[in-house]
Design a binder for this molecule. Structure first.
Ligand SMILES: C[S@@+](CC[C@H](N)C(=O)[O-])C[C@H]1O[C@@H](n2cnc3c(N)ncnc32)[C@H](O)[C@@H]1O
Length: 237
């Protein structure tokens, strides 16, 4: 695809995603990523699947060394499902950012409510690709679902540029079964009504990271009905 065409697609996807997560998407996902009873069966299952992904990442991080000596960047942090428990586990510093101002405000609200030490966590409303900085570990969970393959690969390359040692990403993997479910409308039926949901080829994601000197070190597929997420950890070669 021509680079100009790719940029155009990305900009229009991003504008749509930002609008969604500042509006009805905020309300929907804020409920899913909470213990609210105001969720339907599909949303409850997405919550269960997503929690598996978060728990897996937290366990990988915990066993990887002394968290207080590491800096983290949680990209597309949502309402803080990952960065808040990570802060509570004693992470050295965390930069939490999201394209949606409402999501960032909710992360901050939940951090204050949980009594988290706010001197070690910064909040920033920002599009992933304008993020700058250098962090021991960069994490981006369930964000690429909103972008097509080439855009997601470009995002991976940008995130590699922010990561000193490690990058952890998750995405809905392309499989023949998911392609079929998507065609018959059973794949993420809730969110897909309002934003497109893309499945991605893992090979492309891995190649994009490899181009930047990162190799996969761990993988885990997490699922629940209506939730499918491939988690991949990369380390700098
Ligand atoms: C499905 S939620 C996942 C939230 C969080 N990572 C988690 O796992 O709890 C997707 C999040 O990605 C954010 N997002 C989407 N596109 C983004 C972009 N280009 N840059 C930064 N954040 C983005 C959305 O606003 C939303 O909060």
């Amino acid at each position: 695809m021509a680079s100009e065409q790719l940029q155009e697609i990305k900009q229009s996807e991003k504008a749509e995603v930002a609008k969604y997560f500042n509006g009805m998407g905020f309300d929907r996902w804020n409920r899913i990523y909470s213990d609210s009873d105001e969720v339907n069966k599909v949303q409850r299952n997405i919550r269960i699947g997503h929690q598996k992904t978060v728990d897996e990442v937290l366990s990988w991080l915990k066993e990887s060394g002394t968290l207080k000596e590491m800096s983290f960047c949680d990209v597309g942090c949502g309402v803080g499902s990952l960065c808040l428990p990570l802060a509570a586990m004693g992470a050295g510093s965390i930069a939490a950012s999201d394209i949606s101002e409402s999501m960032v405000a909710e992360t901050r609200r939940r951090a204050e409510l949980a009594g988290i030490d706010l001197s070690r966590i910064t909040f920033n409303t920002s599009d992933l690709e304008t993020l700058q900085g250098s962090f021991h570990t960069v994490i981006c969970l369930d964000v690429f679902i909103h972008y097509p393959q080439e855009a997601a690969e470009e995002m991976v390359r940008h995130l590699c540029g922010l990561a000193q040692e490690r990058l952890i990403v998750s995405f809905a993997p392309y499989t023949h079964l998911l392609a079929l479910l998507k065609r018959i409308g059973q794949f993420f039926p809730g969110p897909s009504k309002t934003t497109r949901a893309y499945t991605l080829r893992e090979k492309g994601i891995i190649l994009a990271a490899k181009e930047c000197g990162f190799s996969p070190s761990r993988r885990k597929f997490n699922q629940a009905p209506f939730y499918f997420s491939q988690l991949v950890e990369f380390h700098r070669d």
